[in-house]
Design a protein around this ligand. Structure first.
Ligand code: FCB
Length: 464
């Protein structure tokens, strides 16, 4: 006999988050907008990369995205139906400044102006990310994040966007996941710009951090407030109880977590790294570490890392791991996996938040979870609901344990182009039919809507 399906966790049984907690959803320009060459938009490094045969595994047409550029009103209506308090989208730098520097494209800026108005009209807080990986192609061709100049160009662009939107936008994200851009884009070459520089990719990390710092200054000068950044974090566990495994895991932890959070929150690089970075590093660190209004955490799964060994994975969920690295990734056994193969470990979210709090203490600003979600296929959406339920419970435990968390943004509102994976990984609460671009809410959409509704009702009751 087939066992009965697991019960769907009830959306009104979640523990209650603090009053004012922001319930949101996230997306990004390249993954959704389409209209890659419309209305004066310039090409991005990702447009060029995606156009190379074989770069997008399933050959999905990234130039179409989900059609968000023309269908954004439909998606804002879906957000409103969800009861979302905020929408994290990204502004495409080459749509606004097609050449990466120089003239601004009024039609591009006009699109974000209308999107922000549409969100505001529905009572949804617009939370734009200024850089979600789509570097203007001319800048990429001049070296991209390996070139210090890119940081200055980014700050100019940030000022342009803030000049237009700061009157209505109370929440800004400078960069998305500088670690992934460094690792996947410049070290391993799985993402644009496809460079395989391994440790020579480190300047890309520094220049992104500098770009962040300069953009914070530019945003504040333009009257913007509520500034944060979205940093990916994964708890890193040593594969075995040996000095070699612990050292390898420690290095991986430094490279993917602290190399970014330390300079942002303490003004120092982890020991041994400052000397590897270009520029007047001391002066740059003062710019990089300006106070933030909040700190964004993207969490998907923990990593199990050990010394390089024959049983290390040569590919981890699409991320190719070349031989010769001083660490090896291992499979986490005994846990569920998403369609992407990513381990489902809700406790990792609690663990990483307490680790951040322990490491930075009062220097850690209030936190927003700027991304968390999972890819599942097919019509049975219960695994996604179980994922959300588990992670929200883990998040609540972190709040109860003293971490000041102010919001949660599910990745993602709709299915979208999952970078080099193409259309095959479906992270949305809303299904996209890539032939017709028709949107169909999944069961998790209704679940999240009911959870948000129940949370609001509970906090309203406790105020009475
Ligand atoms: C993150 C990216 C986001 C999305 C999710 C699944 O690394 O920021 O754009 O692709 O992964």
């Amino acid at each position: 006999m087939t066992p009965p399906p697991p019960p769907v966790p009830s959306p009104d049984r979640l523990p209650v988050f603090p009053s004012g907690f922001l319930w949101g959803a996230s997306a990004s320009a390249f993954q959704t907008e389409g209209a890659a060459y419309a209305d004066g938009k310039g090409p991005s490094g990702w447009d060029a990369f995606a156009a190379e045969p074989g770069r997008i595994k399933d050959g999905a047409d990234a130039t179409r995205g989900t059609g968000f550029y023309t269908r954004y009103r439909e998606d804002v209506a879906l957000l409103a139906g969800l009861g979302a308090g905020a929408f994290r989208f990204s502004v495409s730098w080459p749509r606004v400044v097609p050449g990466g520097s120089g003239p601004v494209n009024p039609a591009g800026l006009g699109f974000y102006d209308r999107l922000v108005d549409e969100l505001c009209a529905h009572g949804i807080t617009p939370a734009p990310t200024l850089y979600h990986w789509d570097t203007p192609l001319p800048l990429e061709e001049a070296g991209g994040w390996l070139d210090r100049d890119t940081a200055a160009r980014f700050a100019e662009y940030a000022a342009v966007v803030a000049g237009r939107l700061a009157d209505r936008v109370p929440m800004w994200i400078t960069l998305n996941e500088p670690a992934e851009v460094t690792l996947l884009g410049y070290a391993l070459g799985e993402h644009a710009p496809g460079r395989q520089l391994l440790f020579d990719a480190l300047p890309a990390a520094h220049h992104q951090l500098l770009a962040h710092g300069l953009a914070v200054q530019a945003l504040r000068a333009a009257g913007a407030d509520g500034i944060g950044i979205a940093v990916s974090h994964s708890p890193v566990r040593a594969a075995g109880d040996t000095d070699e495994d612990r050292a390898a895991a420690g290095l991986y932890d430094t490279l993917t977590n602290h190399l970014f959070s330390d300079p942002l929150l303490t003004g120092r690089y982890p020991e041994g790294f400052e000397g590897l970075m270009p520029g007047p590093v001391g002066d740059d660190l003062a710019v990089i570490s300006q106070p933030l209004d909040w700190y964004g955490v993207n969490y998907y799964s923990p990593m199990l890392v050990g010394a390089p060994a024959p049983d290390a994975l040569d590919s981890y969920a699409g991320l190719g791991m070349p031989a010769g690295l001083p660490f090896g990734l291992r499979e986490i056994e005994g846990v569920e996996r998403t369609h992407f193969g990513w381990p489902v470990v809700p406790d990792g979210l609690h663990e990483l938040l307490l680790t951040l709090k322990g490491r930075y203490g009062d220097r850690l600003p209030p936190v927003h979870i700027t991304e968390n979600g999972c890819s599942y296929e097919g019509t049975d959406d219960r695994p996604r609901i179980a994922f959300l339920d588990g992670h929200l419970r883990a998040l609540h435990r972190a709040v109860a344990d003293g971490v000041d968390v102010r919001g949660y943004f599910v990745w993602s509102l709709t299915d979208n182009i999952e970078w080099a994976e193409g259309a095959a990984q479906r992270f949305g609460l809303v299904h996209i039919d890539y032939d017709t671009l028709e949107r169909t809410p999944k069961a998790s959409y209704a679940w999240y809507r009911d959870a948000v509704r129940a949370q609001r009702a509970a906090t309203a009751r406790s105020r009475d």
